[in-house]
Design a protein around this ligand. Structure first.
Ligand SMILES: C[S@@+](CC[C@H](N)C(=O)[O-])C[C@H]1O[C@@H](n2cnc3c(N)ncnc32)[C@H](O)[C@@H]1O
Length: 296
């Protein structure tokens, strides 16, 4: 199962390796991504069956059930937005070009970035910037936004980016990274409830895997990576008994083992040719049903 079809790069690579007994289910919440991904899969010469569906991570169990599948051998999630979404001006994901203040992965949902910026109270915007962007100047920026919107509501990415740049301390404006980067990341996460979605995926994934099946997640920033790392650690050692207990009494058994403790990052060569790989980390967990509690 590829939970993040996007442009179909990973799904195509998986499909090309499947035999006639193999099946691939690929999901995305973005309709445009589904069309692009489907076109990519159609170009793959493979004897395997494949299905493409519009869905979010939290709908994974229903999607499996609808196909009459019990479990899967692999679950892949390549988190965040796709290069295609970022480059598409009208989707409003980036401060690098002007576009509507949108940022929705699923364009049918009603909450977009403009709603947050123009209607949410300053405290809530500040919280979003802090929690999802780790933005140091969250208070001053959220207050500046609320003041500015009284005169003119924000409609475009450049209006917002200019407001942020104007209210950043001058030393931050000289940083290598764009001053609006953290705020845009925060808004995108809030609009798409990305962290809740990851939590949902990680909650259901172990039960959806066959013996020896693997879940692989590619993260792009520390907030995502922390959630995945913590969940995998808990899968491996779910026991809640105090360490001082000689035997486990909670009865929680390990769900399998982490593959590559630190995860895998892109090598120098890949980072040179693909800038977006620089911050990527792949973490992987293998499901085992017959593992014993760690101190039973
Ligand atoms: C980084 S891209 C995937 C790129 C893809 N692996 C490829 O090879 O082209 C992430 C994709 O996942 C989708 N996505 C993100 N969060 C999602 C969620 N919770 N449920 C479903 N799709 C999601 C996005 O719409 C985007 O198309």
């Amino acid at each position: 199962m590829d939970c993040t079809l996007g442009g179909g790069g990973h799904a195509a690579a998986i499909l090309s390796r499947l035999s006639s007994r193999g099946q691939l289910l690929a999901l995305d919440r973005d309709k445009d991504a589904l069309a692009a991904g489907r076109a990519r899969l159609e170009s793959v010469d493979s004897p395997a069956t494949w299905h493409v569906r519009q869905a979010v991570f939290s709908e994974l169990p229903q999607q499996l059930e609808a196909l009459g599948w019990d479990k899967a051998d692999g679950i892949l999630a390549d988190l965040g937005v796709s290069s295609w979404q970022l480059d598409e001006q009208r989707r409003g994901f980036t401060y690098r070009q002007d576009g509507p203040l949108d940022m929705r992965m699923d364009q049918q949902q009603s909450l977009d970035a403009a709603v947050i910026v123009n209607t949410w109270p300053a405290e809530k915007i500040e919280q979003v910037m802090r929690d999802y962007g780790e933005e140091r100047y969250a208070r001053r920026l959220s207050q500046a936004i609320v003041r500015a919107r009284e005169t003119q509501p924000f409609e475009t990415t450049q209006q917002l980016a200019s407001c942020i740049i104007a209210h950043m301390p001058s030393k931050s404006r000289r940083e290598e990274q764009h001053p609006a980067r953290r705020v845009f990341q925060a808004l995108r996460i809030a609009v798409n409830q990305e962290l809740d979605e990851i939590q949902n995926l990680l909650l259901t994934a172990p039960d959806l895997l066959n013996e020896g099946g693997r879940i692989a997640v590619i993260t792009f920033h520390s907030l995502e990576d922390r959630i995945v790392k913590k969940a995998f650690r808990q899968y491996e050692d779910p026991c809640m008994c105090p360490r001082s207990f000689p035997v486990c009494t909670c009865g929680r058994k390990p769900l399998g083992k982490v593959i590559h403790k630190r995860g895998i990052t892109a090598d120098e060569e890949e980072c040179r040719t693909n800038k977006r790989a620089v911050s990527a980390r792949l973490r992987c967990f293998e499901r085992r049903y017959e593992t014993e509690a760690h101190h039973a």
